[in-house]
Ligand binder design. Sequence first.
Ligand SMILES: [Zn+2]
Length: 300
Amino acid sequence: MQIFRTDQFPLPLPAGHRFPAEKYALLANAVAKLAAAQLETAPAATKSELMLAHAANYVMALFDGSIDASIMREIGLPWSAALVERSARSVGATIGAARSALHYGAGINLAGGTHHAGHSKGGGFCVFNDVAVAIRLLQQEGRIRRAAVIDLDVHQGNGTAELFQHDSNVFTLSLHGEKNFPFRRVPSTLDVGVADNTGDGVYLQLLDDALHTLAANFQPDLVFYLAGADPFAGDRLGRLSLSKQGLLARDCRVFDLCEQQRWPMVLVMAGGYAVPISDTVDIHLQTVRELLSRHHPKGG
Ligand SMILES: [Zn+2]
């Protein structure tokens, strides 16, 4: 299994910015210490790859810096050439992880899951939709026909839903806080809204039902799992009340299903905004460690 990192391409953010950019290096350095893990530097997705999911004028305006200030405000990160580079690397990491999944059964991007990015604009800290670009590229190459997206970030996957709204070859499942961002939504194939302050028991029951619906109705060639750390009780933006044990049980539900069904699976991290940031890193790390414990480092 291959694991891709993007943290060597730093995000230049003003001091005090609320995006927790430091989580990526903390996570990658922690994963690098695991015996089974060997990390690879993410390649950058090319403009033409990005245009498989995004409008050409949106991609070009990001690269040449002519992007509208209003679009950057919705993304919530200041424009810089370094932001565009980092974002293209993050898409490349998910593409690499997807190729690893098709080869070894699983692959990991230690970032990614930027599910608020739609066809011609980003939003909510998301510039490009890494999962959507990877799906479109592998479909174009004839490597996959059908894909499923299991999005367990606490925020609804509106960008992914928009991009695959009319595509019956892609099943989008989003389980998210009903009252949380984004407030203008595009329907996924299956949306499950969760009430504020929901804890482990109810959450896991809703997840079991949703995974059952997916498996009963769809047979993907490849699964993308967005393992957001933001349903955690201590998350600033999450509004749910899952424990770390509950989040690990969540991950195991997804991993078990993919193993039973023999679905290759790509793990991407998505959101996490806990204070202290070490809680978010712990949650992502336990997800990665659990997946590694089920797979051999390179083969199998
Ligand atoms: Zn989120």
